[in-house]
Design a protein around this ligand. Structure first.
Ligand code: FES
Length: 224
């Protein structure tokens, strides 16, 4: 979908979240907004960000090409991320990525173009869920403790147009809707914020601290 006057209004509303003189801090959520509209960081999106922020297109591109969440080619309806960082890779992530890649017929940052819902595949660095390794995400929602068969079932379900239920977090939408949330706009779904998030392994340390009377030193006051 091409950028519109509303896109510019939304971009300017992102800038307005920041104190005067710090508008360029808005660039990261603005790039997510561009991806919500265009499915990737398009040349038109780079130009819009540069124009709204009063910086050069090269400065925008420098940021957009630094972070892996900003895509240079259009993403499919869903993005499937397989963690192949050290921990996940050792306990099955590398095998999951290889088999999913084979099943979809695409490699890193490539999108299916055959029958079924278009999916973009990426191998990801640590997805901050090592306690559930190996981990797969779809549109950045978690599918924990994956197996090859489980991951293949997820992508087959997605290709049929279904939205499998994540292990935790909000129900799936699609890549572009997720990107709008990452741009900081509210989630219109009433049940999204009530979905389970942290699970037992993540909270184990906190639970232990509670039962063992472990305390943490107070954080020193910041110096001016
Ligand atoms: S190494 Fe996979 S989530 Fe951390």
């Amino acid at each position: 979908m091409p950028l519109t006057d509303q896109t510019r209004v939304d971009a300017e509303s992102i800038v307005a979240r920041y104190p005067a003189g710090h508008g360029r801090s808005a660039l990261l959520p603005m790039l997510h907004l561009v991806q919500a509209e265009e499915g990737y960081v398009s040349p038109a999106g780079v130009a819009l960000c540069a124009d709204v922020l009063g910086i050069t297109k090269a400065e925008v591109a420098g940021v957009a090409t630094f972070y892996t969440m900003y895509k240079r080619r259009p993403v499919g309806q869903h993005i499937v991320s397989v963690c192949t960082n050290t921990l996940c890779g050792l306990v099955g992530g590398d095998e999951i990525y290889a088999r999913v890649s084979e099943q979809l017929g695409v490699g890193h940052n490539e999108t299916t173009d055959g029958e079924g819902t278009p999916l973009t595949l990426e191998h990801a660095e640590c997805l901050a869920a090592c306690d559930y390794a190996p981990v797969v995400t779809v549109d950045y929602e978690f599918f924990d403790n994956q197996t090859v068969d489980g991951a293949l079932q997820i992508v087959e379900s997605l290709q049929r147009g279904e939205k499998p239920t994540p292990t935790r977090g909000a129900p799936l939408t699609d890549f572009r809707a997720t990107e709008r949330l990452l741009a900081g706009f509210p989630d219109p779904r009433p049940d999204a914020s009530t979905a389970p998030t942290a699970g037992t392994p993540t909270l184990a340390g906190l639970a232990h601290a509670g039962t063992s009377a472990t305390t943490v030193p107070a954080t020193p006051a910041a110096e001016d």
